[in-house]
Design a protein around this ligand. Structure first.
Ligand SMILES: Cc1cc2nc3c(=O)[nH]c(=O)nc-3n(C[C@H](O)[C@H](O)[C@H](O)COP(=O)(O)O)c2cc1C
Length: 321
């Protein structure tokens, strides 16, 4: 099972379609995930705009938040019609907003309901329905608790599970702390793979280097990377070769990437997309390289100004060298 060998995590406000386009310029094979979209937003909001993505983004998964099987099935259908390759259910998010809406990680306590969602969604679409969860929630953090959850969704036909290797503390920790404070337990996910050999198990949480990815792949089917891919994306330039073994594929340089992205930005500005919504994703590109601070400063100080265009990116490059 190699479909999920390397995945970029769903991240609200970060993995929007512009960032995903940028990632695709660095790696052709890594699987991408959208930010979470709620079923409610798709039902009541500007569905076409929310679901839009570029053809180059394949393979691309749509992450949905919700727990009403009918709404989730309808949303999955819209996702399939829009061309997504996978629909993923968010059972990992700990924010208050999400708890109030009865979705996210609190649903690990309602495995039957998630199983019902999986069944309803599978009845509507032909693409895979997958789940992203954590290893537990509050004091419900035993291995048995996790296995009970996994058994339920497996019986409903979910074949791929992504697990953030830490539990969530719903009382007292905010979402950011919930990505740092509860300790990581990779062994538990390795054990889950041993106990569910036919499931596609993807590990997530605190994985930062190509060496780490390779080590995890000895135990599980895939690795999902979140913050590192956004804050230090330069390692993505090497993954097609190092992880996918595409020895002959031309490895792009960061300059190739930025020039291609600038063309994309120019095209989008003409369609009325503000520069800042695309430029914010490239602030981190040159970290660790001399001149990176000048690049970052030039972009961040100017990208919010009215009437700035793609030239800002070229000026940023000039300032750096
Ligand atoms: C800014 C931000 C937004 C996130 N939004 C989502 C989300 O929409 N859905 C989700 O399942 N996880 C979300 N996450 C969690 C990540 O997908 C991932 O599970 C977590 O960051 C741990 O992986 P990492 O240590 O590689 O970052 C978010 C994380 C960050 C930093």
């Amino acid at each position: 099972m190699t479909t999920h060998k390397l995945c970029i995590a769903p991240m609200m406000e970060w993995t929007d379609r512009h960032f995903r386009y940028l990632v695709r310029l660095m790696t052709k094979h890594t699987r991408l995930y959208t930010e979470m979209l709620t079923a409610g937003a798709l039902i009541h909001g500007d569905r076409e705009r929310f679901l839009r993505f570029d053809e180059s983004e394949h393979p691309i998964a749509l992450q949905l938040g919700g727990s009403d099987p009918i709404e989730m099935a309808q949303s999955a259908k819209w996702g399939e019609q829009a061309g997504y390759d996978e629909i993923n259910i968010n059972v990992g998010c700990p924010s208050d907003r999400v708890q109030a809406g009865r979705f996210g990680v609190c649903l690990m306590r309602e495995p039957a309901l998630i199983a019902e969602c999986v069944t309803a969604m599978r009845n509507q679409v032909n693409i895979p329905i997958t789940v992203k969860c954590r290893i537990g929630v509050d004091h419900d953090d035993s291995y048995d608790f996790l296995c009970h959850f996994v058994d339920s969704i497996k019986q409903a036909g979910c074949e791929t599970l992504i697990v953030h290797a830490r539990k969530a503390w719903l009382k007292g920790l905010n979402p950011k702390q919930n990505r740092e404070v509860p300790k990581l337990d990779y062994q538990r996910i390795y054990q889950l793979k041993i106990d569910n050999p036919n499931m596609n198990i993807v590990i997530n949480g605190g994985i930062n280097t190509i060496e780490d990815i390779k080590l995890h792949l000895k135990h599980v089917d895939g690795v999902m990377i979140g913050r590192q891919a956004y804050k230090h994306p330069e390692f993505l330039l090497n993954v097609d070769k190092e992880i996918y073994g595409q020895a002959n594929s031309k490895q792009p340089s960061m300059n190739d990437v930025i020039h291609e992205y600038a063309m994309y930005v120019e095209k989008n500005i003409k369609q009325g997309i503000p520069l800042k919504s695309m430029a914010k994703h490239i602030l981190n590109l040159y970290q660790g390289i001399p001149g990176a601070k000048k690049w970052r400063r030039h972009l961040s100080e100017n990208m919010h100004k009215p009437d700035v265009g793609v030239d800002l990116i070229y000026q940023g490059l000039e300032k750096m060298y």
